[in-house]
Design a protein. Sequence first.
Length: 129
Amino acid sequence: MSEETYPDDLRYHQEHDWARVEGDTATFGITWYAQDQLGEVVFFDPPDVGTEVSADASYAEVESVKAVSDVIAPLSGEIVEVNEALKETPERINEDPYGEGWMVRVRLADPSQADGLMDAAAYRETIGK
């Protein structure tokens, strides 16, 4: 397990997902809080490259020793890359949720949509940290 952190350079969705926005693309993953609630992640079922995702809708599933959970897209766009390494080593989601545990990269439909997401301080407030 990684240490509890919420990096300031990310934007956060109320469903415990994060986005690292870089121009018209973004990298998505789940927060430290989400992976902690899930417990040990044992399987990641990613979408296909080329799939259109919509903000607030499920785009993937993660399975842990506790449950199967939907992963919610914080922003809308088209999947341009999937973290294929997670198929073999899904525990990276627990070990490094903001680094090697990233899930997908997306070409954003509207980069300004990120303005509607929370910053790290606001996200920490929603989870009582």
